[in-house]
Write a protein that binds this ligand. Structure first.
Ligand code: HEM
Length: 215
């Protein structure tokens, strides 16, 4: 039987391709969007990570989700520095969640509060993705909008506390494989992971509508 980390990866593969090739992501990576679109996207991430990380402290002592709460992953401070750079020191006053982002953050918060194993699905979908494809986005953002390499504007993608992302991802997969849950519960987590991808894709769709290309 495949390990849980393999099951979850395989199960979300199709949706990963969908997210990766969404119009908004393609336009962003293709250098076809302005920095305002990137800033709007970063704002949406702030709401998602606020939901992921505000519940983290309480989950740290949870037997199922606890091992996943690793401070070197936390992104909220980095996002806040990026937003201060992108929107100015008063960024908080202007930040708004798209309805799709609100729905995503609400679901994360709900899992964090009531279902620790479900929270793992959201944790995996975001942080392992940030450690992987996030690095491609960072490189493109630096080149397209001229951010200082690994500096303000792209700090979200820079994991200062993780020297070896490949090794970190390996041990993360081991954590997934060691999750204390029966098969039925693991299946529910896989379903939640697919939901997490769908919630991401919905945010991309909304951003794509807000930033259509004139060409
Ligand atoms: C243009 C956007 C994206 C690119 C270029 C990209 C690229 C990649 C690449 C190359 C990997 C493989 C890394 C490895 O094997 O170690 C990966 C893994 C992953 N990505 Fe993405 N990705 C993108 C968007 C996303 C999005 C939007 C999500 C979800 C929010 C996501 C979630 C993940 C996850 C969870 C993994 C880990 C899979 C695993 O090994 O279990 N990615 N991504």
């Amino acid at each position: 039987m495949d390990s849980f980390s393999t099951v979850i990866r395989t199960a979300s593969h199709e949706q990963h391709v969908e997210a990766e090739t969404s119009t908004f992501m393609s336009d962003l990576l293709g250098g076809r969007l302005g920095v305002d679109a990137y800033a709007r996207y970063t704002e949406q991430l702030w709401f998602v990570y606020e939901a992921l990380e505000s519940g983290a402290e309480r989950l740290a002592s949870d037997p199922v989700a606890g091992p996943f709460i690793q401070p070197e992953l936390f992104r909220l401070t980095a996002l806040e520095r990026d937003l201060a750079h992108l929107r100015g020191p008063r960024w908080r006053a202007g930040v708004t969640a798209l309805p799709a982002t609100r729905a995503y953050a609400d679901r994360v918060r709900e899992c964090a509060a009531t279902w620790p194993a479900g929270y793992i699905a959201h944790h995996y979908t975001r942080y392992l993705g940030d450690l992987s494809g996030g690095q491609i986005i960072r490189d493109k953002a630096e080149k397209t909008w001229g951010f200082e390499k690994k500096g303000d504007g792209v700090r979200f993608y820079v994991f200062e506390g993780i020297a070896n992302p490949a090794a970190f991802k390996r041990s993360y997969r081991e954590l997934l494989d060691g999750v204390r849950a029966d098969d039925l519960e693991k299946q529910r987590v896989v379903t939640e992971c697919k939901r997490a991808f769908a919630l991401n894709t919905a945010v991309f769709r909304a951003l794509g509508e807000e930033f259509p290309l004139s060409a």
